[in-house]
Design a binder for this molecule. Structure first.
Ligand SMILES: [Zn+2]
Ligand SMILES: [Zn+2]
Ligand SMILES: [Zn+2]
Length: 448
């Protein structure tokens, strides 16, 4: 925090200000969680120290509740887990995530708090115990692949950063690196505040609490509902990029306002049906709904229209899961082209979308486009996630592999297809993760 200053931001309360220049990809500061808990449903599949999802976790022999990757993670947790462990052991069962959340930050009064829980089955209330002077939203912690929200944590410095829909920083959760030096610090999970663009001394440091992929009115509604403030950022005030997200076809075949309204309504209804079909796991129905909707949208909506992009995103994701890679790649390409016009060039959501599109192209045998997208995604993630993040490391492996395949393709196309065919026969293509409605865990977790 040496290069950052806390100040009073006009109309926004406390904020953070840069004290020196930062360039895209610079880590402005990193901090471990002050307190963090794993969600109830995942306590046995996620390490309670680093929040990684692992195949084989070791259970704490005492309480049989906590799980860890290995001894290093277990040792790192012990100071915090000690009182919890003996309380659970005596009580015979573990408290729910909400109670663990209440108890976790009370490091000083830990033993007393756990004693209270054992007797009453709930933590001390406000009046009985000094609450830590931290008043902010919890930060959502995801697994090492960024696919699922697995817990929540409090980061006291981070929570002083104010929101901007077009921020100059991003927050990334790094689950820590086991291969690196095995010191307590290195294995510990932490968040990093990373610069997305050039920041000058005196500039306010901002992060976005919501995905940019919504018109300003909708973003403001969401921020008001979840975080109780009216966004006054430049992009909301001037409704920048709203025109792109609402785009309709131009030129000779410009549709009437009536037709546009009809197609938007049809899209909304379809999205609802898609949600239902996804929850039921009827993916072929999802594909059919997407295809029908795209037929309606294509003659009317512009290439960057949000409703078109949403359907393209779902269609490419579900078709990849069903291993129909060629059709999926076509939709993914159009989605990425639209996203590039809307998102900040160094946006983490954009990077992840380009990565998925690249993998889909690769699986479809479209090696040139696939390699190009994987390189593009790698460049974005080097800035948003940093070179040591597990996702960036995965991408680097894919970049090297696709580069080799591309070289083979350029030297001898016939051989490339022959080898690809043989490889596909011998080994099943790695199955894509099952589509979920939780494509990108939201950054900040509002605890009721
Ligand atoms: Zn671990
Ligand atoms: Zn234990
Ligand atoms: Zn805004």
């Amino acid at each position: 925090m040496e290069s950052v200053e806390v100040f009073t931001s006009e109309g926004k309360g406390r904020g953070l200000k840069a004290q020196k220049e930062f360039l895209p990809g610079d880590v402005i500061f990193a901090e471990p969680a002050y307190a963090a808990v794993v969600f109830d449903s995942l306590t046995h599949v996620i390490c309670h120290t680093c929040f990684k999802r692992q195949e084989r976790l070791h259970r704490c022999g005492q309480c049989k509740f906590a799980y860890y990757c290995d001894r290093t993670c277990q040792r790192a947790a012990w100071l915090n887990h000690k009182n919890e462990c003996s309380a659970i052991k005596r009580h015979g069962k573990a408290p729910t995530e909400n109670i663990r959340w209440e108890l976790a930050p009370r490091a000083g009064a830990h033993q007393q708090a756990w004693g209270w829980w054992e007797r009453m089955g709930r933590p001390l209330g406000e009046s009985q115990m000094v609450r830590p002077r931290i008043n902010c939203n919890a930060f959502t912690l995801s697994d090492q692949r960024g696919l699922q929200a697995v817990g929540v944590g409090i980061f006291p410095n981070l929570c002083q950063a104010n929101h901007d829909c077009w921020p100059n920083c991003t927050v990334i959760f790094n689950n820590g690196n086991h291969e690196a030096v095995r010191s307590m610090f290195h294995t510990q999970m932490r968040i990093e505040l990373r610069a997305l663009s050039k920041i000058s001394p005196g500039d306010e440091l901002t992060v976005s609490y919501v995905d940019f992929l919504n018109v300003s009115e909708e973003r403001r509604r969401q921020l008001k509902k979840q975080y109780y403030f009216d966004c006054t950022c430049e992009h909301c005030k001037k409704q920048i990029k709203d025109d792109l997200m609402l785009a309709v076809k131009e030129g000779d075949h410009k549709p009437s306002a009536e037709t546009v309204k009809e197609v938007i309504q049809f899209s909304k209804d379809t999205l609802e049906k898609i949600n239902k079909a996804r929850l039921e796991g009827v993916y072929h129905e999802v594909v059919k709904l997407c295809r029908d909707c795209l037929k309606k949208q294509e003659p009317v909506l512009g290439d960057t229209n949000l409703y078109l992009l949403r359907i393209l995103s779902i269609a490419s994701e579900v078709l990849s899961y069903l291993q129909m890679f060629e059709e999926a790649a076509d939709y993914a390409k159009r989605m990425v082209d639209g996203y590039m016009k809307i998102y900040h060039p160094n946006n983490a959501q954009l990077g992840m979308a380009v990565m998925r599109a690249g993998v889909t192209h690769w699986h479809a045998g479209l090696i040139e486009a696939g390699h190009g997208m994987i390189c593009k995604a790698y460049a974005i993630l080097l800035i948003t996630h940093g070179p040591s993040h597990p996702i960036t490391k995965d991408l680097e492996v894919m970049r090297v592999q696709t580069e080799m395949e591309l070289r083979m393709f350029q030297q001898n196309e016939f051989m490339y297809y022959k080898m690809r065919e043989a490889a596909l026969k011998n080994q099943k293509i790695e199955v894509m993760p099952e589509p979920s409605n939780e494509t990108a865990p939201s950054l900040f977790h509002k605890k009721e």
